[in-house]
Design a protein around this ligand. Structure first.
Ligand SMILES: Nc1nc2c(ncn2[C@@H]2O[C@H](COP(=O)(O)OP(=O)(O)OP(=O)(O)O)[C@@H](O)[C@H]2O)c(=O)[nH]1
Ligand SMILES: [Mg+2]
Length: 468
């Protein structure tokens, strides 16, 4: 929301506390805009007095109250002259002691300056985008980086921030522009059409330089989604097979209550895990069986409900007792999910043979584990990772992946480009083909933020935190 007294968005100088609330080693206030230098000159008293501040140099001194002259905090301050800054505008940063109260007091003084106001969430990054320093995929990467749940998620965001996605999309876009140029010539000189427009060559070129890279990018989107949003796993099994023990084993802590009494877990227990970079929400459930007890029955009902929300089921079996009919029944319940079978208690099983388990659950990964000794837990994690990510190529480290918004636009671009290809094959006139080509370009423009509407921009930047 733009404040009414600042009709021009970029006219206003904006300020915010850029470090999280609470006590910290230091706290940073960020200011961006035309007033930044004047604000520093009037509020900051350097230890060695100077008339102007050299850009990108850190000064030691104090922030003083403009009226009383009393020191508010001792700080380090830096003035960064446009355009070599985060926003491409003049930027000032004030590094105070990490007292949130004092930071707020300083901020309150800053916004008394003319044409200066509090920044909206994400507004610094929005300016970086509007002023052309970064494209929209890079701006999105900033928000993603701050919200990443695993190290791999953070790495994915950094590679996007460094232009990973941007570079690939730009390359495809250039190829499209080159093809469009050829078509435009064909439109302008219709008589020479035959020589200029070699339909077959153009079609091949579109396939190689546009369709293939688009399809490749799209294939990475699914893997990116898994790294960004994670998956939901439900631990399912008969009573007493060791579900809660397995949850504890995966968490490597005693989270859930474990006893030898069947029906120990009455309610569902949810925890978060990081399995090889994939954020996993894992749910331990009440063992499913026919029961006459009301509380347990509610637990079982919840377990079934959780099953509905799951991406993957960890079906736990007792390796001492072997496969029972109830196990088969549970497997049938989970039929439409990805399933990993964990044969538990192998520390007590003599001469374990996994053959019957493979027979009972054909095609499913079967892993022998001991939840109590930890044996096989790594293998189980690998199996879960493989089942969840199979074929999405998450292994390629440092490669950016399209998010849901990008994927939708890539899909539309691909459809448009295929239409151009078909049109070429059908000898359609170049001015008709140019329409689809233009459409494909517009979809790519949406991704990088060239043609993105204000509503979409607002939605993207609303996700940010203050000071970013
Ligand atoms: N020897 C051995 N015992 C295990 C293992 N895992 C679980 N147990 C034991 O099996 C019993 C049941 O374990 P739980 O983890 O409570 O089983 P559960 O499936 O959560 O049971 P409910 O919540 O009642 O459905 C406990 O006595 C555990 O100590 C294992 O790997 N080896
Ligand atoms: Mg339990």
């Amino acid at each position: 929301m733009v404040m009414p007294d600042f009709p021009d968005f970029n006219e206003a100088t904006i300020a915010a506390i850029a470090t999280p609330p609470g006590a910290g080693g230091i706290g940073i206030i960020r200011v961006s805009g035309l007033q930044a230098h004047a604000i520093l000159q009037q509020l900051f008293q350097p230890k060695n007095p100077q008339r102007t501040f050299i850009s990108h140099r850190l000064y030691f001194g104090a922030i003083v109250h403009p009226k009383t002259g009393a020191a508010i905090d001792e700080v380090l301050a830096v003035y960064m002259r446009a355009p070599r800054t985060y926003t491409r505008e003049d930027v000032v940063e004030i590094h105070g002691h990490g007292s949130y109260l004092l930071l707020q007091e300083i901020l309150a003084q800053i916004v008394t300056f003319p044409a200066t106001r509090l920044a909206e969430p994400g507004e610094f990054t929005k300016r970086a985008f509007l002023n052309g320093r970064i494209d929209l995929t890079q701006a999105e990467a900033v928000a993603e980086l701050l919200g990443a749940k695993t190290r791999e998620g953070a790495h994915l965001a950094v590679s996007q921030l460094r232009g990973g996605l941007h570079g690939e999309i730009w390359k495809i876009r250039d190829a499209l522009v080159a093809v469009r140029a050829i078509m435009e010539v064909a439109i302008d000189f219709p008589d020479e059409e035959v020589e200029i427009l070699d339909a077959q060559a153009l079609k091949t070129r579109l396939a190689r330089e546009v369709e293939e890279p688009l399809a490749k990018l799209l294939a990475r989107a699914e893997g990116g989604k898994i790294i960004r949003e994670g998956i939901s796993v439900v631990i399912l099994g008969r009573p007493n097979v060791g579900k809660s023990s397995l949850l504890n084993g995966l968490l490597r802590e005693e989270r859930a209550i474990v006893t030898e009494i069947p029906g120990t877990t009455r309610d569902t227990i949810e925890e978060c895990l990081d399995i090889k970079g994939v954020p996993v929400r894992i749910v331990d459930t009440a063992g499913i069986r026919e029961t006459s007890e009301a509380v347990e029955e509610i637990g079982i009902r919840r377990a079934r409900q959780k099953l509905g929300e799951a991406d993957l089921v960890l079906l736990v079996l007792d390796g001492v007792e072997g496969v029972r009919d109830e196990d088969r029944a549970l497997f049938a319940v989970a039929a439409d999910k990805k399933v990993v079978v964990a044969v538990n208690k192998i520390d007590r099983a003599t001469a374990l043979d996994l053959g019957p388990y493979h027979e009972a659950f054909p095609g499913m990964p079967v892993v022998a584990i001991s939840a109590t000794t930890g044996e096989g837990i790594r293998n189980l994690e690998n199996a879960v990772y493989e089942a969840a990510t199979g074929g999405y190529g998450l292994q390629e480290a440092g490669v950016a992946a399209p998010n849901v918004r990008h994927a939708a636009a890539l899909q539309c671009a691909l459809v448009a480009v295929r239409q151009v290809g078909e049109g070429l094959a059908a000898d359609l006139p170049p001015d008709l083909l140019a329409i689809d080509l233009q459409g494909a370009l517009a979809f790519l423009g949406d991704i990088v933020g060239e043609t993105t509407t204000d509503d979409v921009l607002d939605m993207i930047f609303a996700e940010f935190c203050l000071g970013k």
